[in-house]
Ligand binder design. Sequence first.
Ligand code: ADP
Length: 383
Amino acid sequence: MSEITKDDILEALGGVIDPISGKDVVSAGMIQGLQTKDGNVAFAIEVPADKGAEMEPLRKEAENTVFALNGVVSATVVLTAERAQGSAQGGAQGSGQAAEPQQAKPAGPAQQQSADLLPGVKSIIAVASGKGGVGKSTTAVNIALGLAAGGHSVGLLDADIYGPSMPRMMGISGRPNSADGKTLDPMENYGIKVMSIGFMIDEETPMIWRGPMVQSALEQMMRDVNWGELDVLVVDMPPGTGDAQLTMAQRVPLTGAVIVSTPQDIALLDARKGLNMFRKVDVPVFGIVENMSYFLCPDNGKRYDIFGHGGAKKEAERMGVDFLGEVPIEIDIREMSDKGTPITVAAADSQSAENYRTIAGKVWDKIEKATGGESRAPKIVIQ
Ligand code: ADP
């Protein structure tokens, strides 16, 4: 069987009619970011911002139409809002995302939009890394739990749309409810509200979302989720420092960022890329967490400084950024995190849980400083 092509998909979508214009969704120019890979199809349908709920049947129809095609293994369709004139559009420099208008807009409406996006959320921090596999998600989870242990109300947003791991790490399964049919209630465990694209999509579904689609999914997870009142929302960013991450760092009204890095990364300057990305968009970098810093032997509890000691701290100083703390490579961290019982709750008395709480405490101090200790709406910076 030959691979399904974009043309095949567009042809089929030509039979799906937009109830507002009466035109089919392709001629009406509503299809965005169409991607197809090994029979997995994903795209967005652009709809007027105030018509999101009404257009759900159209989304479903488009999804079913594509899914019914020969050679389609999965179909993922999201609604994306048409951008009103003057709304926030901080186009990332050099982002190369053709579907995104790039003109700079006045700061006022953008800041207003950031407050509108998450009205009850006092601060938002990003947990990021220069590349994948360094323990960014594990760190995000345990910092979130450390913040909760400090008495703060915490949400966790899994923006790692390419590889969402929060459902597994936070031990949550099932799908979020929607009481009003418009907004989703976040899932909850260990006292933390959690939202992840992983709740909507099977873990097996390959993530072929790119650029604008990542943006719209992220914005939906902020705007269309009942986060309620939170002291802090921790955002687990997608790994790396490419265009999608840069745009995201710019769009999300971040109070600050935490960069997770392994000792090798710091030495290889991958961490510096993350640092530069946030500096470019004027988001304060709260500091670096060194993960897998040393080996904690389960047999004798002895610490082995495989990569030497103190290098990361020195390197952080050299880069002009604070060192927030170190976490060992430890079997318990991996096992507990993969089981959905993160070490900060499952072994709250362990040294590593203590390390995470200390890091979370430092992050909280930085949040207080950045927001003036008040319940101030975070700002978005437009270049
Ligand atoms: P990333 O988000 O950077 O891709 P993850 O947090 O998903 O990384 O971690 C990758 C793997 O490494 C996971 O299996 C996780 O349990 C494990 N891991 C992360 N940090 C540690 C650590 N300090 N000690 C042992 N295993 C860890």
